[in-house]
Design a protein around this ligand. Structure first.
Ligand code: DX5
Ligand code: ZN
Length: 233
């Protein structure tokens, strides 16, 4: 995985057909997805349950791009090795998931993955300052984590702007997760984001049998975002 700040669209398979993950992943990559985002929920840190390391290992052979694993679980540390062994390229843990996030980020890197730090909407981005030198990605949640299809929380745009200034020229991705659409994407990209997670806005209207809407949806988000990236320069 090389670092660059180009716009990356990362469809969340939380909005895919759970009975057909392999085909859904091949379809979104063929339709222009840059990364594949995997939302892991434990029914404890967030009020929803999804999947764990065996599912990640099973879908890994279908992913040609980047497997971006978002852990909405607490505790995190006992599961890091298993997600790394399952083939995660990026493992993102929440600052709010435990008392020892510094140790968690170090453990993710030691396991051979890129280390991501996620921040809930109620957490000021300034809380990430002491951790930035051991982060490869900071994920700014633009919804409260737990479910797809929620509305974008507008106040997070200013948080992204402040985080971008804090990061300076360090090679750290800013990822946005939740409520990303062609309408909201330009605002977060203008504020400094480069990885856009989108679930419902990518999968809507399409299926494995007819994946062309996935391509149209990805292009609509990318075009809107890139227009704003140019405008921001
Ligand atoms: C929310 C998840 C997101 C979510 C995004 O807890 O982390 O990745 O699936 O879904 P949309 O794009 O539908 O808001
Ligand atoms: Zn996510």
């Amino acid at each position: 995985m090389t670092f660059d700040r180009s716009i990356k669209i990362a469809p969340s398979i939380l909005s895919a057909d759970f009975a057909d993950f392999g085909a859904e992943i091949r379809a979104i990559e063929a339709q222009g997805a840059d990364w594949v985002h995997v939302d892991v929920m434990d029914g404890h840190f967030v009020p929803n349950l999804t999947f764990g390391p065996p599912l990640c290992a099973a879908i890994r052979p279908h992913i040609k791009t980047v497997m971006d694993v978002h852990l909405m679980i607490s505790p995190v540390d006992p599961y890091i090795e298993a997600f790394a062994r399952a083939g995660a390229d990026v493992i993102t843990a929440h600052l709010e998931a435990g008392a020892h996030t510094h140790r968690t980020l170090q453990a993710i890197r030691a396991a051979g993955a890129k280390a991501g730090l996620a921040l809930n909407p109620g957490t000021p981005v300034e809380a990430a300052a002491p951790l930035l030198d051991i982060c490869d990605l900071v994920c700014v949640m633009t919804v409260n984590p737990g479910f797809g299809g929620q509305s974008f929380i507008e106040t997070q745009v200013d948080q992204v702007r402040r985080l971008r200034a804090m990061i300076g020229d360090r090679p750290i991705h800013i990822e946005i997760d939740g409520g990303v659409t062609p309408e909201t994407a330009p605002r977060v990209v203008a504020a400094g984001a480069d990885v856009l997670v989108a679930g419902s806005a990518v999968f809507k209207g399409g299926s494995v049998a007819d994946p062309t809407p996935y391509g149209r949806n990805i292009r609509a988000i990318r075009d809107a975002a890139e227009g704003s990236a140019v405008a921001a320069q």
